[in-house]
Design a protein around this ligand. Structure first.
Ligand SMILES: [Mn+2]
Length: 289
């Protein structure tokens, strides 16, 4: 039996001391995709990050620092939990001033996480995805996440946005308009540039930010390991830039969802997922102790 290493940047064994809590949810019960394997993502992300981000020089082990604040962050790896348990775990962590960083699993897990946050405080969302996930005619699966959370009392769509959208269903376009949720398409990001898009998001979102990152927001050239890839996505460098800058607006939680290790090439999507998690952690300002 092989044991999965911890997320390599985890640097405290004391949950009470942690600012950021990494959690895996190896579940894809809410997926309708033809390709499966997202349940394998949490342990794959940990393993790949460990293989590629840890260095040994003159017998001393060190870890690459993907952002300027990485060394000062106190990060705890909680391990994996069942989907049925994530809501109450997140609620407890947020009440204690901690920032949950969750690895799915399929995207429907985000609705459970946000239930936990919604019980504690207001939340604005930046939702990276190729798909709006705004189907309302079918519910509680990975395609209805945004419809499901639209009914939560503390989720504020007027200060939220979706980014990376390029494969909507007709019903989803109607729902986006009806709920006045801002949509930024990949081409807009190309035309205006990442810095300008960040300024526009900053105007709208302000703070209390939850970042949900479906890896299919990224172009399959950078992230082929997803269940439902769509060409024409955002680049990995723009994704990392936006996540780190957005986190500086006041991060209260983050997730990376829909990594599908059996669909991947050379684990590149898992590696990007770990980098995105660290971009959020490094970018967050003044996390509570
Ligand atoms: Mn999604």
């Amino acid at each position: 039996m092989t044991s999965t290493p911890q997320f390599p940047w985890a640097n405290t064994d004391n949950l009470d001391d942690a600012e950021f809590v990494i959690i895996g949810v190896p579940d894809e019960g809410g997926s309708h995709a033809h390709r499966s394997g997202a349940w394998q993502a949490p342990d794959t992300i940990r393993r790949v990050a460990h293989e590629r981000e840890v260095f040994e020089r003159a017998g001393i082990r060190s870890i690459s620092l993907p952002g300027k604040n990485a060394a000062q962050r106190r990060i705890f790896d909680y391990g994996n939990v069942a989907k049925a348990d994530i809501r109450h775990l997140v609620e407890d962590l947020v009440r204690r001033g901690k920032i949950p960083v969750t690895m799915g699993g399929d995207h429907s897990i985000t609705a459970e996480i946000l239930k936990g946050i919604d019980a504690v405080r207001p939340v604005n969302i930046v939702y990276f995805d190729a798909h709006p996930d705004f189907v309302c005619s079918s519910r509680e699966y990975y395609g209805s996440v945004v419809c499901d959370i639209s009914e939560y009392k503390n989720v504020r769509f007027s200060s939220s946005a979706e980014i990376g959208i390029r494969a909507p269903e007709p019903e989803e376009l109607e729902n986006l308009l009806r709920k006045n949720l801002l949509v930024i398409r990949p081409l807009e990001l190309e035309e205006k540039g990442a810095a300008q898009i960040f300024r526009e998001l900053k105007e709208r979102v302000k703070g209390d930010l939850y970042i949900s990152f479906d890896m299919d927001a990224v172009d399959p050239a950078f992230a082929p390991g997803v269940a439902v890839p769509v060409p024409g996505g955002i680049s990995s460098s723009k994704a990392l830039y936006l996540v780190e800058e957005l986190a500086g607006l006041g991060l209260i939680g983050m997730d990376v969802m829909e990594v599908c290790p059996p669909c991947d090439l050379q684990d590149m999507t898992s590696h990007l997922a770990s980098r995105l998690m660290m971009a959020a952690i490094c970018g967050a300002v003044n996390p509570s102790p």
